[in-house]
Ligand binder design. Sequence first.
Ligand code: ASP
Length: 347
Amino acid sequence: MLDHDASVLLIYTGGTIGMIENAETGVLESVDFNHLKEHVPELKRFKFSIDTIQFNPPIDSSDMDPERWCTLVRIIEDNYNNYDGFVILHGTDTMAYSASVLSFMLENPDKPVILTGSQLPIGKIRTDGKENLITALEIAVDKDSEGNAMVPEVCVFFQNYLMRGNRTTKINAENFKAFNSYNYPVLAVAGTQIRYERHLIRKPSPGGTPRFHYWLDSNVMILKIFPGMSIDIVQAIFNNPQLKGVVLETYGAGNAPERKEFLDVLTRAVARGVVILNVSQCVSGSVEMTRYRSGKILEDAGVFSGYDMTTEAAVTKLMFLFGHGMDLEQVKQQIFQSLAGEITIPG
Ligand code: ASP
């Protein structure tokens, strides 16, 4: 249902969608939002109102960081009551990280926050940016028959698919289908109509109000294991006194080398209070540390299962939990809870 009095705040952070080719070097560079608007005259044809706000200067999303995530949350909090939904134009490279962290920083939203972007700049004739932007805007104001937002969640919309943001991963550097949500079904598909899977979409908790969080701690690390990795280098990482959390990307169902030196490094780190979260290098499926001995030894060393979380969700969840001053015990309690639908804990 489309409400004609509705309004959306469109936040332009940068990314390919708003870039043009530098005439001298040929590389893509960000330009300002007016350029983008010129190429989407359709923005004037919507029956609802669209206000815009932009990062100054717009950035390549490779430069996204906690400070800018806080800026996004600040913009949304300051404008929350004035809009029905929010669309964030964002580069694709780190969109899955931003969507994940925003799902934690915006607690219990009752309005949509949709991230989108494109693989080809909006000025190119074959751009995918127009479709992505136009449909994301429609989703941001869509309501059910009772007037509630259809998708009160942080989502990524890309190439006809609406996905829970903290379940997404960038999977392709050139194909228009740049994102996938392997461990959770899509929330909506846009064809001639937008078909929502309402039973899969989160609902705000009754009586609860939205809350906005600003604290993140960057003393975390992602470590992807591989055959032949140097224990000395792994040791050097774990020895860093600032280190609070590690997302350990393991093989298959959560397996790692059984080498004593490696396990000793992990055990010593856990004893120091470092949280180690086991996520799989496989894009699909869940960690199951009791399936193989090479997984069980990690559990015995004090490593936590990240179950089916993406690396992007796992690392931003650690940043969020440590940012709130939690210690090992508190993090342990929260890590096994779904804060925003980012994890499936087996029954
Ligand atoms: N490098 C660009 C960015 O993430 C890529 C894109 O937008 O697709 O900002």
